[in-house]
Write a protein that binds this ligand. Structure first.
Ligand code: GLU
Length: 466
């Protein structure tokens, strides 16, 4: 069996978006699942709109998602000689011709055609003029004017196109730069691409590309056009629906596994399974189970997946992922084992790394402030005895863990004849500043004896001054 070779060929005219990332993922997974090769190619022939910054942004996003490529990045602008060589072949075999129609003239004819209700395609003025290369001339592909072209799409099934509907498209512009439909064929052909998996916004380009392959006597790759991604209102995903760039999701505190898992389910399914590890995806991915209708991207699902991966990840790995978010908040530095222990308490209750970094505040900052409302409600005069009792009993502890803390609280409550439940919130406010946090004993164990006693003393001082 021939080796599978797929490619991801973004145009570097902006960031990597959710749709592009899904296409990259499907190509990557298909190659990895078949022991194949995955190529990254930068389609930068639109020189005015392509930027180095976008190339970098795309590569950063691919690296963040760990979609590794085996070859490339190739740049189309470095391959102009290859396109010219193939253009010559088409010219030589009569499948291409030079055209001298000016932009102005074409525009006029276009408008006339539209006014008469005709399809505004190239009218073939230069088709049989036998012109030579000259400045200001473009090279056009001689599209067959009769017959049909069939796209056997792996995902959509066969689609038939009337050749008469297709234009004699420009393949080389007058500056010698190829147009998309030509460059993509030559690249896919010379790079040995076996499977072209891309968004179905390209379906109408494919018959044009198939005709170029045929004119070159080349073997066709297999095509699979993946349905678009929609937002919750069932319109194509766009900025209106919120963040669209992959790296925005990174900044919002999503972890790559969660985003990948969310992306793969946009179109592909495996029974009703929702959670897939990368390895499992490689084992299970296939193009046959990609659906035919648009898939819906929802933030709710992504948050759910992210919470899942935060819960499942090791505290050590999360420490690594969380550090940049902690640094952004200018928290004082803490040792990794402390961070991991603190993170462990927050794992079951956070959806994003941003949320987690915010929730880490009371662990990281020494002089926490009390939220005014929480303090007013819970740090009340009647708690003074409880606080001093706890401070003196906790000071005697040699081990400071959940098992040793629980009896101290129980006994103090009993001695002072207050309900255990009445103690928890005031202590929580003293330790964390607010009323929401992981379990009290858990956070005390992480904070450690010294910090706990210091915070309770500060709480007591507050109580005594109100
Ligand atoms: N540069 C094209 C795009 O970004 C590639 C399309 C293709 O996969 O052929 O849409």
């Amino acid at each position: 069996m021939e080796q599978v070779i797929t490619r991801f060929p973004p145009s570097p005219t902006g960031a990597l978006h959710i749709g592009g990332a899904r296409t990259a993922l499907f190509n990557w997974l298909f190659a990895r699942s078949r022991g194949g090769k995955f190529i990254l190619r930068i389609e930068d022939t639109d020189i005015e709109r392509s930027t180095e910054e976008s190339v970098k942004a795309i590569i950063d996003a691919m690296e963040w998602l760990e979609l590794s490529w085996d070859e490339g990045p190739y740049f189309q602008t470095h391959r102009l000689a290859v396109y010219r060589e193939y253009a010559e072949k088409l010219l030589g075999s009569g499948h291409a011709y030079w055209c001298e129609c000016s932009g102005e003239e074409l525009e006029k004819r276009r408008n006339a055609a539209l006014a008469e209700g005709r399809k505004p395609k190239y009218d073939g003025t230069c088709r049989s003029k036998g012109l030579d290369r000259a400045p200001n001339r473009v090279l056009r592909f001689r599209t067959p004017q009769t017959g049909t072209t069939i796209l056997k799409d792996i995902i959509k099934g066969p689609i038939e196109f009337e050749n008469s509907e297709l234009d004699d498209l420009v393949i080389l512009k007058s500056d010698g730069v190829p147009t998309y439909n030509f460059a993509v064929v030559i690249d896919d052909l010379t790079m040995g691409i076996t499977h072209v998996i891309r968004g179905d916004d390209h379906v109408n380009n494919t018959p044009r590309q198939i005709l170029i392959y045929k004119a070159l006597g080349a073997k066709l790759p297999q095509f699979g056009h993946v349905p678009m991604i929609h937002g919750e209102d069932r319109s194509p995903l766009s900025k209106r629906h919120g963040a669209t760039s992959v790296m925005e999701y990174k900044r919002m505190g999503f972890i790559p596994e969660a985003l990948l898992n969310c992306l793969v389910r946009l179109g592909w399914s495996h029974g009703d399974q929702e959670i897939f590890s990368r390895q499992e995806l490689i084992e299970k991915f296939s193009l046959e189970t990609v659906g035919k209708s648009p898939s819906i991207f929802t933030m709710e699902k992504l948050l759910w997946l992210n919470a899942h991966y935060i819960k499942e990840n090791s505290p050590q790995e999360l420490t690594r992922l969380l550090k940049p978010f902690l640094a952004e908040r200018n928290y004082p530095e803490k040792p990794d084992h402390f961070l991991a222990a603190a993170i462990h308490t927050l794992q079951p209750r956070t959806h994003t790394l941003v949320e987690m970094a915010d929730a880490m505040r009371f662990y990281m900052v020494d002089g926490i402030e009390f939220e005014p409302e929480a303090a007013a409600k819970f740090l009340t005069a009647d708690m003074s005895g409880v606080f001093s009792g706890l401070i003196s009993e906790l000071s005697k502890l040699e081990t400071f863990d959940e098992a040793s803390l629980e009896p101290v609280f129980r006994n103090t409550a009993q001695d002072l004849k207050v309900k255990l439940g009445k103690i928890a919130q005031p202590v929580r406010v003293a330790l964390t500043g607010g009323t929401k946090s992981p379990g009290l004993f858990e956070i005390m164990e992480v904070l450690g004896k010294e910090a706990v006693i210091e915070r309770l003393q500060k709480g007591l001082k507050y109580i005594e001054t109100v």
